[in-house]
Write a protein that binds this ligand. Structure first.
Ligand code: TYD
Length: 203
Protein backbone atom coordinates (compact mmCIF):
# COMPACT_ATOMS: atom_id res chain seq x y z
CA UNK A 1 0.00 0.00 0.00
CA UNK A 2 1.25 3.48 -0.90
CA UNK A 3 2.47 5.55 2.05
CA UNK A 4 1.28 9.04 2.94
CA UNK A 5 3.01 12.33 2.25
CA UNK A 6 2.79 14.92 5.03
CA UNK A 7 4.29 18.41 4.76
CA UNK A 8 4.95 20.98 7.48
CA UNK A 9 4.80 24.68 6.74
CA UNK A 10 4.81 28.08 8.41
CA UNK A 11 6.87 31.25 8.65
CA UNK A 12 10.42 31.05 10.00
CA UNK A 13 10.35 30.85 13.81
CA UNK A 14 6.93 29.14 14.05
CA UNK A 15 8.50 25.99 15.58
CA UNK A 16 8.04 23.70 12.61
CA UNK A 17 11.32 21.80 13.13
CA UNK A 18 10.43 20.78 16.72
CA UNK A 19 7.05 19.48 15.56
CA UNK A 20 8.67 17.71 12.58
CA UNK A 21 10.84 15.68 14.97
CA UNK A 22 7.90 14.91 17.27
CA UNK A 23 5.58 13.93 14.41
CA UNK A 24 8.18 11.56 12.94
CA UNK A 25 8.48 9.82 16.31
CA UNK A 26 4.71 9.67 16.74
CA UNK A 27 4.21 8.04 13.33
CA UNK A 28 6.90 5.49 14.14
CA UNK A 29 5.08 4.71 17.41
CA UNK A 30 2.03 3.91 15.26
CA UNK A 31 4.13 1.32 13.40
CA UNK A 32 4.75 3.38 10.25
CA UNK A 33 8.03 3.33 8.39
CA UNK A 34 8.89 7.01 8.21
CA UNK A 35 11.25 9.05 6.05
CA UNK A 36 11.95 12.52 7.46
CA UNK A 37 13.14 15.04 4.92
CA UNK A 38 13.20 18.74 4.09
CA UNK A 39 13.05 21.36 1.34
CA UNK A 40 14.96 22.89 -0.16
CA UNK A 41 17.12 19.76 0.11
CA UNK A 42 16.42 16.12 0.83
CA UNK A 43 18.92 14.73 -1.73
CA UNK A 44 22.69 15.29 -2.12
CA UNK A 45 22.10 17.64 -5.08
CA UNK A 46 19.14 19.30 -3.35
CA UNK A 47 21.27 20.02 -0.27
CA UNK A 48 23.90 21.70 -2.48
CA UNK A 49 21.16 23.80 -4.05
CA UNK A 50 19.90 24.63 -0.54
CA UNK A 51 23.29 26.05 0.43
CA UNK A 52 23.20 28.30 -2.65
CA UNK A 53 19.56 29.32 -2.22
CA UNK A 54 19.99 30.27 1.44
CA UNK A 55 23.14 32.30 0.91
CA UNK A 56 23.47 33.75 -2.61
CA UNK A 57 21.46 36.82 -3.63
CA UNK A 58 19.51 36.00 -6.82
CA UNK A 59 16.61 37.07 -9.04
CA UNK A 60 13.29 35.96 -7.59
CA UNK A 61 12.57 33.80 -10.64
CA UNK A 62 15.98 32.09 -10.29
CA UNK A 63 15.03 31.41 -6.67
CA UNK A 64 11.71 29.81 -7.71
CA UNK A 65 13.39 27.79 -10.49
CA UNK A 66 16.02 26.45 -8.09
CA UNK A 67 13.34 25.50 -5.54
CA UNK A 68 11.59 23.46 -8.24
CA UNK A 69 14.87 22.01 -9.55
CA UNK A 70 15.65 20.72 -6.05
CA UNK A 71 12.04 19.51 -5.74
CA UNK A 72 12.20 17.56 -9.02
CA UNK A 73 15.24 15.71 -7.70
CA UNK A 74 13.58 15.21 -4.29
CA UNK A 75 10.45 13.70 -5.87
CA UNK A 76 12.43 11.42 -8.18
CA UNK A 77 15.09 10.19 -5.78
CA UNK A 78 13.32 10.14 -2.44
CA UNK A 79 9.64 11.05 -2.12
CA UNK A 80 8.04 8.91 -4.85
CA UNK A 81 10.21 5.79 -4.27
CA UNK A 82 9.57 5.92 -0.50
CA UNK A 83 5.79 6.34 -0.94
CA UNK A 84 5.73 3.50 -3.46
CA UNK A 85 7.48 1.25 -0.92
CA UNK A 86 4.70 2.07 1.56
CA UNK A 87 6.76 4.45 3.70
CA UNK A 88 5.36 7.66 5.13
CA UNK A 89 7.27 10.76 4.10
CA UNK A 90 7.30 13.82 6.39
CA UNK A 91 8.81 16.87 4.72
CA UNK A 92 9.78 20.09 6.42
CA UNK A 93 8.30 22.33 3.65
CA UNK A 94 7.19 21.61 0.06
CA UNK A 95 5.43 23.53 -2.73
CA UNK A 96 3.14 25.55 -0.44
CA UNK A 97 6.36 27.25 0.72
CA UNK A 98 7.07 28.42 -2.84
CA UNK A 99 3.56 29.88 -3.11
CA UNK A 100 3.96 31.55 0.29
CA UNK A 101 7.57 32.81 0.09
CA UNK A 102 8.25 33.42 -3.61
CA UNK A 103 4.58 34.23 -4.36
CA UNK A 104 3.31 36.00 -1.23
CA UNK A 105 6.62 37.21 0.14
CA UNK A 106 8.49 38.19 -3.02
CA UNK A 107 5.52 38.86 -5.29
CA UNK A 108 6.18 36.29 -8.01
CA UNK A 109 2.97 35.82 -10.02
CA UNK A 110 0.85 32.83 -9.02
CA UNK A 111 0.52 31.82 -12.71
CA UNK A 112 4.28 31.38 -13.06
CA UNK A 113 4.53 29.23 -9.93
CA UNK A 114 1.53 27.19 -11.10
CA UNK A 115 3.30 26.45 -14.42
CA UNK A 116 6.41 25.18 -12.64
CA UNK A 117 4.28 23.19 -10.20
CA UNK A 118 2.41 21.48 -13.03
CA UNK A 119 5.66 20.79 -14.89
CA UNK A 120 7.49 19.29 -11.93
CA UNK A 121 4.76 17.44 -10.05
CA UNK A 122 1.71 17.25 -12.39
CA UNK A 123 -1.24 16.61 -10.04
CA UNK A 124 0.90 15.24 -7.18
CA UNK A 125 0.05 16.91 -3.84
CA UNK A 126 0.69 16.10 -0.18
CA UNK A 127 -1.97 13.98 1.56
CA UNK A 128 -1.81 16.40 4.48
CA UNK A 129 -0.20 19.80 5.06
CA UNK A 130 0.17 21.27 8.53
CA UNK A 131 0.62 25.04 8.65
CA UNK A 132 2.08 26.20 11.97
CA UNK A 133 0.67 29.68 12.34
CA UNK A 134 2.12 32.37 14.56
CA UNK A 135 1.96 36.19 14.54
CA UNK A 136 5.06 37.54 12.81
CA UNK A 137 6.37 39.51 15.80
CA UNK A 138 6.35 36.42 18.05
CA UNK A 139 8.03 34.30 15.35
CA UNK A 140 10.73 36.95 14.89
CA UNK A 141 11.37 37.07 18.66
CA UNK A 142 11.66 33.25 18.80
CA UNK A 143 14.05 33.31 15.86
CA UNK A 144 16.23 35.97 17.48
CA UNK A 145 16.38 33.95 20.71
CA UNK A 146 17.95 30.93 18.92
CA UNK A 147 21.14 32.99 18.51
CA UNK A 148 21.82 31.29 15.13
CA UNK A 149 23.18 33.41 12.27
CA UNK A 150 20.12 34.27 10.12
CA UNK A 151 20.03 33.04 6.50
CA UNK A 152 18.92 35.10 3.48
CA UNK A 153 15.21 34.53 4.25
CA UNK A 154 15.45 34.97 8.01
CA UNK A 155 16.97 38.43 7.40
CA UNK A 156 13.75 39.57 5.64
CA UNK A 157 11.49 42.28 7.11
CA UNK A 158 8.43 41.62 9.26
CA UNK A 159 6.29 42.95 6.35
CA UNK A 160 7.73 40.16 4.17
CA UNK A 161 6.78 37.56 6.80
CA UNK A 162 3.30 39.10 7.16
CA UNK A 163 2.79 38.50 3.43
CA UNK A 164 4.15 34.95 3.68
CA UNK A 165 1.82 34.25 6.60
CA UNK A 166 -1.19 35.67 4.75
CA UNK A 167 -0.39 33.53 1.71
CA UNK A 168 -0.29 30.38 3.87
CA UNK A 169 -3.62 31.27 5.51
CA UNK A 170 -5.23 31.97 2.14
CA UNK A 171 -4.05 28.63 0.80
CA UNK A 172 -5.40 26.87 3.90
CA UNK A 173 -8.77 28.55 3.41
CA UNK A 174 -8.85 27.52 -0.25
CA UNK A 175 -7.95 23.87 0.48
CA UNK A 176 -9.34 23.05 3.94
CA UNK A 177 -9.33 19.26 3.34
CA UNK A 178 -5.60 19.09 2.71
CA UNK A 179 -4.23 22.05 4.68
CA UNK A 180 -4.79 22.28 8.45
CA UNK A 181 -3.83 25.34 10.45
CA UNK A 182 -2.18 24.69 13.82
CA UNK A 183 -2.01 27.56 16.30
CA UNK A 184 1.73 27.57 17.05
CA UNK A 185 1.17 29.85 20.06
CA UNK A 186 -0.55 26.96 21.90
CA UNK A 187 1.34 24.84 24.43
CA UNK A 188 3.37 21.91 23.10
CA UNK A 189 0.92 19.48 24.78
CA UNK A 190 -2.04 21.12 23.10
CA UNK A 191 -0.33 21.04 19.71
CA UNK A 192 0.61 17.37 20.11
CA UNK A 193 -3.02 16.51 20.93
CA UNK A 194 -4.24 18.40 17.86
CA UNK A 195 -1.65 16.68 15.65
CA UNK A 196 -2.63 13.25 16.98
CA UNK A 197 -6.31 13.96 16.20
CA UNK A 198 -5.48 15.06 12.65
CA UNK A 199 -3.10 12.17 11.94
CA UNK A 200 -5.63 9.57 13.05
CA UNK A 201 -7.99 10.82 10.31
CA UNK A 202 -5.52 9.89 7.55
CA UNK A 203 -4.27 6.57 9.01
P1 TYD B 1 13.54 26.34 6.89
O1 TYD B 1 12.59 25.22 7.00
O2 TYD B 1 13.13 27.58 7.57
O3 TYD B 1 14.97 25.87 7.39
P2 TYD B 1 15.60 26.10 8.86
O4 TYD B 1 14.52 25.78 9.85
O5 TYD B 1 16.74 25.13 8.87
O6 TYD B 1 16.05 27.54 8.90
O7 TYD B 1 13.71 26.59 5.30
C1 TYD B 1 14.68 27.40 4.71
C2 TYD B 1 14.09 28.60 4.02
O8 TYD B 1 13.71 28.30 2.67
C3 TYD B 1 12.88 29.22 4.66
O9 TYD B 1 13.22 30.53 5.06
C4 TYD B 1 11.84 29.30 3.57
C5 TYD B 1 12.60 29.09 2.31
N1 TYD B 1 11.83 28.42 1.23
C6 TYD B 1 11.28 29.19 0.21
O10 TYD B 1 11.42 30.41 0.19
N2 TYD B 1 10.60 28.55 -0.79
C7 TYD B 1 10.44 27.20 -0.84
O11 TYD B 1 9.82 26.66 -1.77
C8 TYD B 1 11.01 26.43 0.23
C9 TYD B 1 10.87 24.94 0.22
C10 TYD B 1 11.69 27.07 1.25
Amino acid sequence: MRGKFITLEGIDGAGKSTHHAWLTGFLKSLGKEVVATREPGGTPLGEKLRTLILSEPMHLETEALLMFAARREHLDKLIIPALTEGKWVVSDRFTDATHAYQGGGRGLKHEKIAILEKWVQESFQPDLTLVFDLPTNIACERLARTGNAPDRFERETSEFFDRVRDAYLQRANAEPHRIKIIDAADSMDCIKKKLEEIIITIC
